[in-house]
Design a protein around this ligand. Sequence first.
Ligand code: SF4
Length: 482
Amino acid sequence: MMIGLIQNDERLESDIRDLIYAFFFGVKIKKVTDTSDQYDLYVDVKVTGEQVAFSLVKEDMIVGQTFCESLDRNPVKESIYELLSAYTGKQLPWGTLTGVRPTKIALEQIEQGKTIDDIQTYFLDTFHCTKQKVDICTKVAENENRILQGISYEDQYSLYIGIPFCPSTCLYCSFTSYPIASYRNRVEEYLKAVEKEMDYVSEVCRNKRLISVYFGGGTPTSIEADQLKRLIEKVKQSFDFTYVREFTVEAGRPDSITREKLKVLLECGVTRISINPQTMNQETLRLIGRAHTVEQTKEAFYLARETGHQNINMDMIVGLPGEDITHVEKTLKEIAFLKPDSLTVHSLAVKRAANLNIQMEKYRASLKGATNEMLELVDDYASHLGLSPYYLYRQKNIPGNMENIGYAKPGLESIYNILIMEEKQDIIALGAGASSKFVFRSEHRIERAENVKNVEHYITRVEEMIQRKKAIMEDKYGHVVL
Ligand code: SF4
């Protein structure tokens, strides 16, 4: 579907686009000056002084029209939402909220002393979300508020280390990931480059308190057990672990897990791991390019328990190609049988660089996307498992405009997951494709230092990655002579 966007003022464009995408998944929007092309629909936006008129035009006929008496963001979004809702006959569960972090709004209001009733009323009146979404959003914000008590944002920080190798590439992957089989001989050089970045960061942060460490990627357990051990030992030598409350390693792919690696993680003080089925349907696993079986996922989970891991997360995805609610229920039943300590559910997002997007024509017919019904089912299962929602975020390009939610047993939530979503604390990230976030709270701004994604480039240009960090860190943490 093609939609033409006609506008005499571009200030409102980003919000209008987000809402069009939310109503018409997979649509292409083109900026045009009139309705002379053969597009399926035109959205015409005319700003006059402090007023704006919106029209929907199809085959030269006006099929919908509304006005807004203000150019403020919320009323403008409300007007376009109502127009598109009337035209499509659809209501969006998240209403006019198109942002990535709806819980951030709720958490800020809790911190300002507002009651949950007041916050819920504000969400319902301002954003037109459904009561179900408002409930989950405020519940998450309450849990975040409880979990974040005692965390100081000024003198504490978290550390992320990216290992960009995986056993194979998943169809929907948009992360920095290289197949380990072809990159095994680059791992040593890669780890040396990470160590170089680590030397710089640990020196600059020596007067700050490290509170959480996260190894992600990629799949960190793709590298050998002895390499994993050396890397963790290096981290522990370089940073003071006195205040570290959580150390997570994404064991992610079951086909990367061995008893030896699980033992290394436990012996090196890793407190939380993730073993990710994504789906418990064998046919889907094959379709999405995960080279492991459902049985392997279960075996990896039992092995982790047997080795002594007491905080295991499982990730699943709803809305995978070919899957409907019966597939989701099967996955949930299998997961419920294993009883993980936390469950993270992602609504499938179709990212531009992912193979799923590149080969979209092949998958379009089988791709229905995540539905509210699926997420409600996940919520039911999570609640039966004693898991409570504690972080939530949304991504662009999720069909149906749904969300991702993390559930956990009380006390076993990942602080890192909350901190990265709520953008309250510095997160210093090492490795290819890693992005560090520096929060300047008093100035209400965030600065990012991005590392290059390409592994070869990262290895050869690690000094430049250090300089990128240095430019921000010296401003924030002070000058360090190495
Ligand atoms: S396991 Fe994760 S990082 Fe690796 S290919 Fe799959 S989606 Fe990408």
